[in-house]
Every structure is written in C-alpha cells, then in structure tokens.
Design a protein around this ligand. Structure first.
Ligand SMILES: Nc1ncnc2c1ncn2[C@@H]1O[C@H](COP(=O)(O)OP(=O)(O)OP(=O)(O)O)[C@@H](O)[C@H]1O
Length: 261
C-alpha cells in the first residue's frame, strides 16, 4: 500500500469573519505500510489523523495524489478496498441489542460469506481472541466499552488479508480496559493475517503497539521510523521528547486539548 502526495482539503465559512477559508487537513503525505505491520499515526488534535483514516477508508477522496490498498486504487476500486479494510472508530456502530456473535454473523453476511462459513468464522475469531461463550452471547449493550471495542476489532477480522484502521481505539477507556484492548491488538497480530493502521495521542500505546510510527502535524508527516529510530534521530530516550521537539506540543498540551473536546 502506498500514498503519494495526498492532499485532503476542506473549506468552510468562518462564522465570525464571514470569510471563506481553506484548510489542508492532509497535505503531501507519502508513506508505505507493510503487510502484517502495526503502523502508528501519532499527532496532536486536528493534525489530520482521522482525515487520513477516512481517505483510506474511501469515505473521503483526495483532491490529488494516489493511494493504493493491497494493490487497489482508493479512488477507482472502492468496492474491492471496502471488502478488505475495516475501520474501527471510538464509537463502534453495532446492533447493541444483539450479541457479539450475532453482530459478527451479520457482518459475515455483508462480506458475502455463507451462513455456515460466517458462523464458523465468528465462533473461531471470538474464541481465538479470548471472548468466552457467555460474553459472545451477551447483548453488546451489557458489555463494558473495552469489551465492545474488542468485539469491534474482532468484527474487523472477518476478511483476510485485512487492513484494520483503528482510530483512537483506547480513547476514553479506563486504564484496565485500555490495557485489555492493547493486549488484544497484540494477540490479533499474532493470530491473524492483519495489517493495522492505528491513530493515537498516547505515546506509550504507540511505543508498545507500533512497529513504526509516523508523527503527523498540521497535515504533514514530520517523521517516520520505529520508536527507537525516532528517539535516536532526536537524541533522546523518550518518545514524548520526540513528539515535543517535532510538534511543539507536550503531553500535557495534548491532554488539555482532549479535555476541551
Ligand atoms: N468536517 C470538517 N469540516 C471542516 N474541517 C474539518 C472537518 N473535519 C476535520 N476538519 C479539520 O481538519 C483538520 C484535521 O482534522 P482531523 O479530524 O483529521 O484531525 P485529528 O488529528 O484526527 O484530530 P483529533 O486527534 O482531534 O481527532 C482539523 O483542523 C479539523 O478542524
């Protein structure tokens, strides 16, 4: 998969000045993601992470440039790409009255799997990922948010190979649920033919889960390397320092922005 000079621009009316302003949400971004890699997009609020995820999901189109996913062009081959990608955002959309098993079986039908294959796959994925029989048959509305997030990730594994787009998978979760989801992501990588692009504000999460990390600021990728490589480039032993040096934002600034949202 690669991107080349992707520009996502949006325009809107400035409510106070009545002037039309244009903002490049994603600007000349270019990178490759390797199969079976966890690729992190780390950036402050409004840096363009979600826009990039929406571009990849074919929910938005770039004004110019090219993106391919498993060889398919993101503008010309939307249908093919949509079968191979799964976007998991903070508010996963589910039938909340239905169980995890029912939601997965439903997803299997959307992916044109036969009823039998869908059932088997749902059962296999849930059990392989440690979601026990009782939880698998409980209405989603009665599961914790962490557990719901796990089911959303499990649902993203119905096709193979798959590109799973995890947009802030642990934002708003308590520390235990956060750790559970992170362990789950590690398990997914050990057990499935999955490639993950993950957005996060959380340096520890990026360092723990990501094989490589792109730091994005004001729509541009300002650095891309392994966590160790980034630290070496900046001459520090903390990813937080790297982030600060490259974006001018500290961890506290990011947290404060979060609280304002
Ligand atoms: N629907 C929209 N209309 C106009 N501008 C938008 C829209 N969505 C996002 N933007 C702007 O595009 C820029 C990038 O936003 P984006 O949501 O991609 O950032 P982000 O890095 O995901 O932020 P966050 O961490 O807060 O989710 C921001 O300046 C944002 O205000």
């Amino acid at each position: 998969m690669f991107y080349e000079t992707v520009k996502g621009s949006r325009s809107w009316k400035n409510a106070f000045l009545g002037q039309k302003r244009q903002l490049k949400a994603v600007d000349h971004v270019s990178f490759d993601v390797y199969r079976n890699e966890v690729f992190g997009l780390l950036g402050p609020n409004g840096s363009g992470k979600s826009t990039l995820i929406r571009l990849l999901s074919t929910l938005l189109f770039p004004d110019s440039g090219r993106m391919t996913v498993f060889g398919y062009d993101a503008v010309k081959n939307q249908q093919e790409i949509r079968r191979l990608i799964n976007r998991v955002s903070v508010e996963a959309s589910f039938f909340k009255k239905l169980s995890a098993m029912e939601n997965l079986r439903y997803a299997a039908r959307i992916y044109s799997l036969s009823q039998e294959e869908g059932g088997q796959k749902a059962f296999y994925i849930l059990s392989r990922l440690g979601i026990n029989e009782e939880k698998a048959h409980t209405s989603l509305e009665n599961l914790s948010r962490g557990m719901q997030q796990k089911v959303a990730i499990a649902r993203a594994l119905m096709t193979s190979p798959t590109l799973v787009l995890l947009d802030e998978p642990t934002t708003g979760l308590d520390p235990k649920s956060k750790r559970d989801v992170q362990e789950f992501v590690e398990e997914v990588m050990d057990t499935h033919d999955a490639t993950i692009i993950l957005t996060t504000h959380d340096m520890d999460e990026a360092e723990r889960l990501c094989d490589r990390i792109a730091i994005i600021d004001q729509g541009k990728i300002v650095a891309l390397d392994t966590a160790e490589g980034l630290k070496k480039q900046i001459g520090t032993d903390s990813l937080e320092d790297v982030f600060f040096r490259l974006t001018g934002k500290s961890w506290e600034d990011v947290q404060a922005d979060e609280d304002c949202e």
